[in-house]
Design a protein around this ligand. Structure first.
Ligand SMILES: [Zn+2]
Length: 365
């Protein structure tokens, strides 16, 4: 009886689907939905359940190695650049053709498949028909048109963010104080992985409050926009400082172990550095997106309390401008320019809406 699934939080439907699938796995599964919802733990639980002779006991050498990410028959593939290259797709094809080292199966896990559009043709045949014993687990935030054919060859398992309430409860169960847990859960948009990282960050909620205070601070002066943009970029730097410190320690540790093993330099150093840069980029993007969503939340709250139509319309426009900026972030990651453009627009709205907003707090029209 598999127990590796028992401790997972959230994604109940996906957990049930993969728990059942692990008994007699097919060649490919595609997990589609937001990242950071606990999918890494889910994928490893599935891999352990497939590979463990007791179906995922959680305690044997197979299960513990899979959980630690060091089992030779669980290959976790990540892209080197912003997209999967054709060469990387060929490497996936090569890995999928290998024989399992220890048992009857190997699990090939490919994350961010939605960033493999160019590499899709090279992947199609192997996903359709991998070597016997290979089980693909593909992860994607969504399935773009170029990947629909690949997707159609897989059993699709949807991933979901948790309700904010459930994330807060999980944090409380881990010892986070109730009010702080509620704030962190809201800032994580139901993604438990992000919520746990934020819980370890003493300034996470202060950063959120800084974003939420922007509507009050913005005025018609360009200087105010410039000051606010500087502060927001500084908040992003602060948010990544912890991560970068951990990364430096990781690199130093790897280098000293390589030196002990007699290497002149650290083998694979450039790959490690590239992965670290990717982590920083991802973390900044997430922070910025979380900040934008906190800001949109502040305008939404305002819509709920103001009475005048112009003020409601102005706050509504602000929410939609923020939504556009958040969507643009994916294509154009220049944080400073994006924030400048957004805050200038918001301050113009505010200049028009502020008077109406103040008037609107009194009498309904
Ligand atoms: Zn086991």
């Amino acid at each position: 009886m598999s127990t590796v699934f028992d401790s997972l939080a959230g994604n109940e439907a996906a957990v049930a689907a993969l728990r059942a699938a692990a008994v007699a796995p097919v060649h490919a599964y595609l997990l589609v939905g937001p990242r950071d919802t606990g999918e890494q733990e889910l994928v490893r639980a599935f891999a352990a359940a497939v590979l463990c002779s007791k179906g995922g006991c959680g305690t044997c050498s197979t299960c513990t190695r899979v959980a630690r990410g060091v089992h030779p028959d669980v290959v976790e593939v990540a892209r080197g650049g912003p997209f999967y290259s054709v060469d990387e797709a060929r490497e996936i094809v090569r890995l999928a053709a290998r024989k399992p080292m220890e048992g009857r199966h190997q699990i090939v896990v490919v994350s961010d498949l939605h960033l493999a559009e160019r590499a899709a043709p090279a992947l199609l045949k192997t996903v359709e028909e991998p070597a016997p014993g290979t089980v693909f687990v593909l992860l994607a935030e969504q399935v773009p048109p170029a990947l629909q054919t690949v997707g159609s060859r897989c059993v699709v398992v949807p991933l979901r963010a948790l309700p904010t309430r459930a994330v807060a409860d999980l944090l409380v169960a881990q010892g986070v104080e109730t009010e702080r847990a509620a704030g962190l859960a809201a800032a994580s948009a139901g993604r438990i992985g992000r919520a746990r990282r934020l819980a370890a960050d003493p300034h996470a909620l202060q950063r959120r409050d800084a974003w939420r205070s922007l509507p009050e601070r913005l005025d018609a002066f360009g200087a105010t926009v410039a000051v606010c943009v500087d502060e927001l970029v500084q908040l992003l730097d602060d948010a990544t400082a912890n991560l970068e410190e951990r990364q430096r320690a990781e690199l130093a540790d790897m280098a000293s172990r390589a030196a002990e093993a007699g290497h002149k330099s650290l083998p694979g150093r450039s790959q490690v550095e590239e992965r670290q840069r990717r982590e920083v980029r991802r973390w900044r993007t997430e922070e910025l997106q979380a900040g934008l969503s906190a800001l949109a939340g502040a305008y939404r709250d305002e819509m709920a309390v103001v009475r005048s139509r112009p003020a409601i319309a102005s706050a509504g426009q602000a929410v939609s401008l923020i939504g556009q900026a958040s969507a643009a972030l994916v294509r154009n990651p220049n944080e400073r320019l994006l924030l400048q453009a957004l805050l200038i627009r918001l301050s113009r709205l505010d200049a028009g809406g502020a008077g109406a907003r103040l008037a609107g707090l009194g009498a309904p029209r």
